[in-house]
Design a protein around this ligand. Sequence first.
Ligand code: NDP
Length: 246
Amino acid sequence: MFDYQAPENLLQNKNILVTGAGEGIGRAAALSYASHGATVILLGRTEEKLDAVYDQIEAEGYPQPATITLNLETANETDFDNLAATLEQEFGQLDGILHNASIIGLRTPLESYDPTVWKKVMQVNVNSAFMLTQALLSLTETSKDASVIFTSSSVGRVGKAFWGAYAVSKFATEGMMQVLADELEHNPDIRINCINPGATRTNMRASAYPAENPMDNPAPEEIMPLYLYLMGHDSRAINGKSLNAQ
Ligand code: NDP
């Protein structure tokens, strides 16, 4: 596991957007960021799940969060621009984005991969992260210590049979992170990196490996040290890197 002990107030006064915050790793990251003082903006497609995370954050007495219900499969440039305008109006500044939402698509050979599913996976995993980043970049550049984190996977570093669009989308994510990090290299106040969570006990993992005992993998809460490290000021000097949470 990545070794980092976050100070309790690591993310105090920070506004952090987490996509796919309704369950799994995104939910754990949102709760963890809030517990370290951040105001989290919970983005996801299922309102009830976001509301449950919202209620939990409130019940714990962490800073009051916000929720944004948005389907990243169908959202267009206008939706992202509207989202940016709302965040600017409500928060004035954005200190972090965790691009976490993804779908897995099919586990089939490329030869028989359904093109409709291919496009859907690329839309959710890559295109929406691009459009969201583009819309929000100027808002993050108002922060003196901003961090943008993309979520990768081991199949986004070495191609693996039958992982189809998901693997290709994660290669694209690593590429997008590197291009953006290089473009912003001159700005010490913003950093762009990737996290590869590694096998983690979530619904996505269970759907990809139905025969596996879920208890063999760590819970999302256990992989949070890297998520905290990259979001907080201790990682100021890290830019353009892809790090393993485990
Ligand atoms: P889950 O499937 O458990 O959670 C994914 C989240 O993304 C859900 O909250 C889901 O919302 C949201 N989401 C999916 N599609 C959309 C959409 N169209 N619009 C908005 N939100 C959407 O996944 P994990 O927590 O396991 O994965 C989190 C990240 O980690 C992903 O990027 C994944 O690729 C990566 N990863 C995970 C690994 C693992 O072992 N778990 C290993 C390697 C990488 P809803 O709940 O409404 O469906």
